[in-house]
Design a protein around this ligand. Structure first.
Ligand code: G6P
Length: 476
């Protein structure tokens, strides 16, 4: 086994075994922000990525991506159900997202979560050379830092939580709360999307384990565990280049024609997930149509809902509800050849997404809770023309950075309708000022800056960050 000085551990590898019902399978880029974020800077680095390749059964053999080695971790059918669909996505995911959906606590799932975390920890321990840095990602793997420290005390261990980390009032509901906090405290540095999450962690450690804390640093077992916010970002250069490609520009024009040359195009792009506020958005849109503020002939809404976690019941129920509502709205307000909503329940190529971003007049991003939301950042990066309005939920991590967006509380239906109208009617000059400010922010805070900030905080020396692509930048 070849070893690396940097090992990244995430539930998913950047390649997903997308098995079709007829047994055929194809490799495609993994869904979600985490995989795209890490994939943006890891390939040129001699690192190893430990993760699940999608599918069940023995791990496939995977080629390197550039200098990046992929080390697949196998999951059985039962493990997929109890670890991934169960504890990770039916207990932790809803609880960490403000319990917008009731979390399910099922005692049987815990042992599997622990066993799978151990398998990831062992794979990482094997892949790490002496004194290496191991960077563990997200809520699926919260026990890995502590397990890894026991296996390999020589390692530098980092953890980054891509999703929100809830306040103690919510976290305390978890039957295995002490073990989960202890698991995280195996790390040297725990990174979050927002400052508040770091406070939550420090408070929880104090409350549940009795560890002294100062400025969100936590003293445990004679070590200091640091916590801090590192808002994740996107590959700004990639999105800009994609959006400027002549075929993408042509495709954007064609899309507009296909949509019937409306006055305005509203666009939403989400994984089909109950945290994304899709239902709230549809309700607001229905009322705007009903009240006559929006006319089908002038305005269309394109809703891309990428299939996600389809074997989990709450996701299937959500899909039924959304498709029912889209059908009702189109049935009531659509005309022949002019639906009110174009609903697309499929994954899109990056270039097609870039064309959609270019076509949109208003990008509508209304999650009820979201760690960051990289779609909002991608839209901004794609708008070289300085046009386009971004309607963004206050409850997305991105709202703390993209302050010039039309910020909105998606629970406030009247507020949401009013904000959508304001965004639709905003003057081009106003939009340009907003877009320019947001683009300026993003240009500085791209994905490489994120990785550099985190890795420099992890090793203090800057040695890890030296391997990153691009020129070093001063820390904010
Ligand atoms: C979120 C999570 C990621 C996850 C992604 C896609 O962004 O933070 O860890 O990979 O959703 O979800 P999936 O369950 O398909 O991996």
């Amino acid at each position: 086994m070849r070893q690396s000085s940097l090992v990244v551990v995430a539930n998913r590898l950047p390649l997903d075994d997308n098995a079709a019902l007829d047994g055929a399978s194809e490799w495609r880029r993994s869904p979600g922000g985490l995989a795209s974020a890490l994939h943006a800077f890891l390939p040129p680095i001699p690192a190893t990525w430990v993760g699940w390749a999608g599918g069940v059964g023995p791990a496939p053999t995977l080629p390197d991506i550039g200098s990046l080695r992929l080390r697949p971790v196998p999951l059985s059918v039962d493990e997929l159900r109890e670890y991934y669909e169960g504890f990770a996505n039916s207990t932790l995911w809803p609880l960490y997202h403000d319990a917008v959906q009731q979390p399910v606590f099922h005692r049987g799932w815990w042992e599997t979560y622990r066993a799978v975390n151990r398998r990831f920890a062992e794979a990482a321990a094997e892949a790490a050379e002496p004194g290496a840095a191991v960077w563990v990602q997200d809520y699926h793997l919260q026990l890995v830092p502590q397990m890894l420290r026991e296996l390999r005390p020589d390692l530098l261990i980092g953890f980054f939580m891509h999703v929100p980390f809830p306040p103690p009032e919510l976290f305390m509901q978890l039957p295995r709360r002490v073990e989960l906090v202890r698991g995280l405290l195996g790390a040297d540095l725990i990174g979050f999307q927002r400052e508040q999450a770091a406070h939550n962690m420090a408070q929880l450690a104090e409350k549940l384990i009795g560890t002294p804390t100062a400025d969100d640093d936590i003293e445990v077992d004679g070590r200091t565990v640091r916590t801090a916010a590192f808002p994740v970002s996107i590959d700004v250069a990639e999105v800009r280049a994609l959006a400027a490609r002549p075929d993408v520009v042509a495709q954007a024009k064609q899309l507009r024609r296909d949509l019937g040359q409306p006055k305005r195009v509203l666009l939403s792009v989400d994984r089909l997930d109950y945290t994304k506020g899709i239902e709230h958005r549809l309700t607001a849109y229905r009322e705007l149509l009903r009240d006559g503020h929006v006319k089908v002939r002038d305005t269309v809404l394109v809703q891309v809902a990428v299939p996600s976690r389809e074997r989990v019941e709450s996701y299937r129920d959500l899909r039924d509800r959304i498709e029912g509502e889209v059908g009702r709205i189109n049935g009531e307000f659509g005309r022949v050849g002019e639906p009110a909503i174009h609903y697309l329940n499929q994954a899109f190529e990056r270039s097609e997404l870039a064309a959609l971003y270019r076509t949109a007049d208003v990008m509508v991003v209304t999650p009820l809770r979201d760690g960051m939301n990289l779609v909002a950042k991608e839209f901004v990066a794609a708008r070289e023309d300085g046009a386009g309005a971004l309607v963004l939920s206050e409850f997305a991590g991105a709202a703390a950075e993209l302050e010039q967006a039309f910020l909105v509380n998606p629970h406030d239906l009247d507020g949401l309708k009013e904000t959508l109208l304001r965004a639709m009617e905003a003057k081009p000059d106003d939009l340009k000022v907003r877009m320019t400010a947001m683009r300026k922010h993003l240009a500085k805070h791209d994905i490489v800056a994120w990785a550099r900030d985190y890795l420099t905080a992890l090793d203090h020396t800057g040695r890890l960050a030296e391997t990153l692509p691009g020129k070093p930048r001063k820390r904010r």
